[in-house]
Design a protein around this ligand. Structure first.
Ligand code: ADP
Length: 480
């Protein structure tokens, strides 16, 4: 299978003819090829998006744009199973997870279809002879640089929002996972999205990604990925005064107090690090446990970890492979020399006997008593590695939770209502979940962090503000 770019409503090979391998993480085998776009291809895509932003798309009424996005949602819903299978094969995620990702992209299009005609400006009182109001206008062409961990979901949250705001889009998916998005582009075209409104160029980050970030005719960049790459993207954008939304990951704590409903907390704490093999920006990668229950709760976590089975995506087990050999080596490097630092492995999951030899597997690992300043407790590993740490008082929990350069998400488990509120207010995180983690997807909930977790907010209504330009109009007129 040879996949081409999607530019101006049609498939187009890369100008240089280059191709990149698409590797199945469950087997390590190449099963397709992608166009290796250069700055020439990116420029075609941006030009197509610019033309479309000035065409009939810009003159649709809010209601018409809303109906079009609803048709997009329905078309994606009809293709859900096909998209899930493609995503599962390409990323290695168990089919069940890919099915929920395919359901999520549909929800994003539904949500933003419903938001289009509710995005209002304001009127501002100035006096009898003046009338002032604000207009929320499209920015123009928005760029979207997507990572490999949740292509369908992250495309949904940033592209559906941008289209709802009236922009046109150029998307650069990750070189490790582009297939589902190329198919989505065709489906949205079938649903009636005009040519040029959505363009997708595949390719390498340092080539196609950089060319998109540096392009002088884009008006916004949404980037999700690592802090190092995010910094480079922001530097490129700064050259052209292009605003950026950066979502760069986390080291999110789950804080379990001794009065918590431990039966409810246990499966959620496990899932928050095992889901997508820990390759989730908002993974709950630290579990902070109050001392009185530390032994008991870690024992229960260990039992749960030992029962986890890792294997091929198509076998739909608890955990699939990591995305690539490179990612596998990175995660393994964190697990070397644990003895030297006195860190004990409390439990490990099992590798399924049928798991193909060439796949990039890493079984889930639970680590005991990891010191607060150890790199395992400070850095984003992006694998199924859960770090357990004891705490005494509420204040100690807050200090530990807030004590990393990240601030994306935090989970709190306690039955004490006053403590729930105190914790929610004092945790440095873009989202705090109390007695749950993730709110079952949270399409409606603004998401993003500060510090090394990024800049700005995606999802929910909030995303629309960053994707529109606010114009203030003040009119002086006759008083009577
Ligand atoms: P990871 O390290 O997890 O693979 P990256 O942050 O490098 O994540 O990649 C996220 C996205 O950013 C991918 O689509 C990738 O191709 C792209 N990318 C990588 N390097 C650059 C760059 N220098 N400029 C723009 N985009 C890039």
């Amino acid at each position: 299978m040879e996949c081409r770019n999607w530019i101006d409503g049609q498939q187009l090979g890369a100008e240089g003819g280059g191709l990149l391998p698409v590797i199945d993480p469950s087997t390590g085998e190449t099963f397709a090829r992608l166009a290796q776009s250069s700055e020439v291809d990116i420029d075609w895509a941006v030009q197509a998006a610019r033309r479309a932003s000035q065409g009939p798309w810009s003159r649709l009424s809010a209601a018409q744009r809303s109906q079009l996005l609803l048709r997009c949602a329905r078309t994606l819903a009809d293709a859900r199973e096909e998209l899930a299978r493609l995503e599962s094969r390409d990323t290695g995620k168990p089919l069940r997870q890919a099915q929920s990702d395919a359901a999520a992209i549909v929800r994003y299009f539904e949500f933003y279809a419903g938001a289009v005609d509710k995005l209002h400006g304001q009127t501002i009182p100035l006096g009898w002879e003046m009338t002032a109001f604000t207009l929320r206008e499209p920015l123009g062409v928005t760029a979207h640089i997507i990572p490999w961990n949740y292509p369908l979901q992250i495309f949904g949250r940033s592209v559906a929002a941008s289209l709802a705001a009236g922009n046109t889009c150029v998307v650069k998916p990750a070189e490790d996972a582009s297939l589902s998005l190329l198919r989505v582009a065709e489906l949205l075209h079938e649903a009636g999205l005009p040519a040029g409104v959505l363009n997708i160029c595949t390719g390498l980050g340092k080539e196609a990604g950089q060319a998109l970030a540096a392009h002088t005719d884009i008006n916004h960049i949404s980037f999700t990925g690592s802090p190092d790459t995010g910094r480079q993207v922001a530097l490129q954008a700064a050259q052209n005064f292009v605003p950026v939304t950066l979502e760069l990951g986390g080291k999110s704590p789950q804080i379990v107090f001794s009065d918590a409903d431990l039966d409810a907390a246990l499966p959620v704490v496990v899932n928050a690090i095992v889901q997508n093999a820990g390759q989730t920006c908002s993974a709950g990668s630290r579990v902070l446990i109050q001392r009185a229950i530390y032994g008991d709760f870690t024992e229960r976590l260990a039992e749960a970890f030992k029962a986890l089975l890792t294997g091929a995506a198509s076998d739909n087990l608890d955990c699939g492979p990591l995305i690539s050999a490179q990612q596998q080596a990175r995660v393994r490097s964190y697990l070397e020399n644990l003895d030297q630092d006195g860190i004990v492995v409390l439990a490990k999951g099992k590798l399924d006997s049928k798991a193909p030899a060439g796949g990039f597997y890493q079984v889930p690992v639970l680590l005991d008593h990891v010191p607060v300043n150890h790199r395992l407790a400070q850095e984003e590993i992006f694998g199924p590695v859960l770090v357990a740490q004891p705490f005494g008082t509420e204040q100690e929990a807050i200090d530990m939770a807030n004590g990393t350069p990240y601030s994306l998400v935090a989970g709190v488990w306690t039955r004490d209502g006053a403590r729930q509120v105190r914790m929610a207010r004092q945790l440095r995180a873009g989202q705090v979940f109390v007695n749950n983690y993730g709110a079952a997807g949270g399409v409606e909930l603004p998401f993003g962090g500060t510090g090394q977790s990024g800049i700005g907010r995606e999802k929910g209504f909030e995303a629309l503000y960053a994707l529109t330009s606010l114009k203030t109009v003040a009119l002086r007129h006759a008083a009577s």
